[in-house]
Design a protein around this ligand. Structure first.
Ligand SMILES: *Cc1c(COP(=O)(O)O)cnc(C)c1O
Length: 440
């Protein structure tokens, strides 16, 4: 096999390169969300022209098999005809009314039926809004101020959630971003993921002050990290004992690891759940919901205010409904997981052949990997993974047309339109990529 040049996706002189340089002049960093800047891979992302099923095509005409899928929403790949048609049909009848529509009730009913813990749900426009609003509601419901999150979990960019510092014993959080007032960050306590004892210690220390525990039931924002057996169940018990709400942030896992969300799979009922990504099918939509006794505190019924000009707009709801209905078949998630498992098994086998320490996992249509010797279970072990090896691996994968997240601390995704041929192509590229990683 010819050796590949270990070059950037968009070498100088390419249209991607020219367009991205222009973008950098007018948009901070050239991107509307930081992860798109490929800063860990040389800062020269391909500029995308269009998507087609499991592939994206850049402005230079290069095809990639896409395992990012817009960071999760595209459960059935790009421009799925049924999703596109649903949006076109909705658009013909008006883009937004700011008034009740029947479709909003249709999606609310679908979500509440799919998630046993959800009796009522409110639509918002982004995952950030969903978590921010759920926490306000938890504070309203408990009359308490503190929240607990896990180190390495991402819950959107609301001020009091941009806190991930502190390790081991919980310390009062330090902001992770400039511009977050210390007074906000102080309300957020941080504990390691997968450590129920640490959670209990913090709850005990701040007895009667904690409004909510917020957690990704499967972590996807420090790389792909699965909950240990019994961990989520333990959190449920602790929240009940200490009178705080348990919030599952299923913005990523919702309708990804299982129909409904991961709570269906692990059989834990949170008090509130946040959804996003898949439920919008590629358009801006997210939601939060839970027990009626808590949701009734929201305006206009109750004293907790939350609103949105475009919330539940017809296009997002149509795209979301179409995306969800395509996954409603019996066995959809089990079938996808079996197919995805073949890809991940193939990767592990090739890593082994090249003697590259590699950890990979699958949960429904979500997956991920680390260049690490042992199982990753929290932020500390994730951060210890071999980034240089990941880089060498990624440079070959990208050159070979395999599009994975441009950061070693992100999950990967799978869609129902990825087929055996895409797995085969990916594994061929991976063989070469592991060979490169083995040199590091
Ligand atoms: C993506 C994500 C968010 C934020 O959603 P946005 O729509 O990007 O604001 C929140 N929580 C989790 C777990 C996510 O993966």
């Amino acid at each position: 096999m010819p050796r590949l040049p270990r070059s950037q996706a968009s070498s100088s002189g390419s249209r991607s390169h020219t367009l991205f340089k222009e973008a950098q002049r007018w948009i901070p960093g050239g991107v509307n969300s930081p992860v798109r800047g490929w800063s860990r891979l040389g800062g020269k992302p391909p500029v995308i022209q269009r998507g087609e099923g499991p592939c994206i095509i850049d402005v230079d005409g290069k095809h990639y098999i896409d395992y990012v899928l817009s960071w999760g929403p595209l459960l059935h790949g790009h421009a799925h005809p049924k999703v596109v048609r649903a949006v076109q049909d909705a658009a013909q009848h008006g883009l937004s009314f700011g008034a009740p529509t029947g479709a909003e009730t249709t999606i609310a009913k679908l979500l509440c039926t799919a998630l046993p813990s959800m009796e009522q749900v409110r639509m918002v426009n982004s995952g950030t809004e969903a978590t921010m609003s759920a926490l306000r509601l938890a504070r309203a419901a408990t009359g308490r101020d503190l929240i607990i999150k896990c180190e390495g979990c991402y819950h959107g960019h609301a001020d009091h959630l941009l806190v991930a510092a502190g390790s081991g014993a919980a310390t009062f959080g330090h902001p992770d971003s400039a511009g977050v007032p210390a007074a906000f960050a102080e309300k957020t306590l941080v504990v390691p993921y997968n450590d129920a004892a640490a959670m209990e210690a913090v709850l005990t220390r701040h007895h009667d002050q904690v409004a909510a525990i917020i957690i990704e039931p499967v972590a996807g924002n420090m790389g792909f990290v699965q909950p240990l057996d019994g961990y989520l169940q333990a959190l449920r018990k602790l929240a009940t004992t200490h009178g705080c709400l348990l919030i599952f942030d299923e913005v990523m896992t919702g309708f990804r690891t299982a129909w409904g969300g991961h709570q269906v799979r692990c059989r834990v009922r949170p008090d509130l759940t946040c959804l996003g990504k898949v439920i919008g099918g590629g358009l801006p939509a997210a939601a939060y919901g839970g027990k009626r006794s808590v949701m009734r505190l929201l305006a206009p019924q109750g004293p907790c205010y939350q609103a949105g000009t475009l919330s539940g707009n017809p296009l997002s709801v149509a795209a979301g409904l179409a995306n969800l209905r395509l996954a409603a078949g019996k066995d959809f998630y089990a079938r996808q997981e079996r197919r995805l498992q073949r890809l991940v098994d193939g990767l592990c086998l090739r890593a082994q052949r090249h003697n590259v320490p590699f950890q990979a996992g699958v949960m429904g249509t979500m997956w991920g990997f680390f260049f690490a010797e042992a199982q990753v279970r929290d932020f500390t072990s994730a951060a210890a993974a071999h980034v240089e090896r990941w880089k060498a691996f990624m440079e070959v994968m990208v050159a070979r047309g395999i599009y994975l997240a441009p950061s070693p601390f992100e999950a990967a995704f799978w869609s129902s339109v990825h087929k055996k041929e895409h797995i085969d192509t990916t594994l061929m590229a991976a063989d070469e990529a592991f060979a490169a990683a083995a040199q590091v």
